[in-house]
Design a protein around this ligand. Structure first.
Ligand SMILES: Cc1cc2nc3c(=O)[nH]c(=O)nc-3n(C[C@H](O)[C@H](O)[C@H](O)COP(=O)(O)OP(=O)(O)OC[C@H]3O[C@@H](n4cnc5c(N)ncnc54)[C@H](O)[C@@H]3O)c2cc1C
Length: 138
């Protein structure tokens, strides 16, 4: 029996335990579709989503944590940022390729010099490093 162990670009949306003891996994598969526009010759990239299901004998849930802005952030700590929410970015969002690229473009285009990193440890360090030196790939 051929076993598939790696499902890239799949977002799991459901996990259901079957009477057989197996687990039915539902996921949304995203595929990048590349097409040539016959009219102008331009190459067009788009994402195509498809719902897929597969069975597993066991499930390990390791989908990480998600950062959230502290409830006091705008209310008590930084009320002057209330109308500048578009200037606040969470560390794990900054690591995402599209958000990273858009943020760096904004920093460079607007020649932004004052950037405050709230928090520390390796997340703060990595964000500062990424801003100054760029990513290792892409
Ligand atoms: C800005 C920043 C910098 C950091 N720098 C460092 C560092 O330098 N050194 C260090 O040791 N740690 C660093 N960390 C912390 C480190 O990234 C985390 O502790 C670690 O990645 C946690 O691993 P994880 O496997 O639990 O979760 P994650 O790495 O978050 O992995 C979870 C995975 O699950 C996937 N996922 C989520 N939901 C679904 C779903 N429904 N279906 C399918 N897949 C799903 C996500 O796409 C992700 O790929 C940093 C964190 C941040 C935010």
């Amino acid at each position: 029996m051929k076993r598939k162990v790696f499902y890239p670009s799949h977002k799991v949306t459901g996990i259901q335990l079957l009477v057989s003891g197996e687990v039915l996994i539902s996921a949304i598969k995203t595929q990048c579709v590349v097409k040539k526009n016959e009219g102008n010759g331009h190459i067009v990239f788009s994402d195509q989503e498809q719902t897929v299901q597969f069975r597993a004998k066991a499930v390990v849930i390791s989908n990480g944590g998600r950062q959230q802005i502290h409830p006091n952030f705008y209310k008590q700590w930084f009320p002057f940022m209330q109308d500048r929410k578009d200037q606040v970015l969470l560390g794990d969002d900054f690591l995402k390729r599209d958000i990273y690229k858009a943020t760096m473009e904004k920093i460079n285009t607007n020649k932004l010099k004052k950037i405050v990193i709230i928090g520390g440890s390796h997340s703060g360090f990595s964000a500062a490093w990424l801003m100054l030196n760029g990513p290792a790939t892409y």
